[in-house]
Design a protein around this ligand. Structure first.
Ligand SMILES: [Zn+2]
Length: 69
């Protein structure tokens, strides 16, 4: 079985050098265990927070603010 190379979250290119790989965390899957997020060492700072999680958090905070008004 061929090992699967991690793919950089910032540039979508495979990370061929294990020393150049930075694990950014774990993303949950909707129907499975999820997967680890990787980036090249030089690209790790380019990866922002999960846009879906940010959008959901913004909606929750807006609803809370309106509820109190
Ligand atoms: Zn990259």
């Amino acid at each position: 079985m061929t090992p699967v190379l991690p793919v950089c979250r910032a540039c979508d290119q495979p990370i061929t050098d294990p020393d150049d790989a930075v694990c950014l965390g774990h993303e949950m899957g909707s129907s499975g265990p999820g997967w680890d997020l990787w980036a090249h060492r030089a690209h790790a700072h380019l990866v922002g927070p999960d846009p879906d999680a940010t959008r959901i958090l913004a909606r929750v905070l807006a609803a809370k603010a309106l509820w109190r008004a």
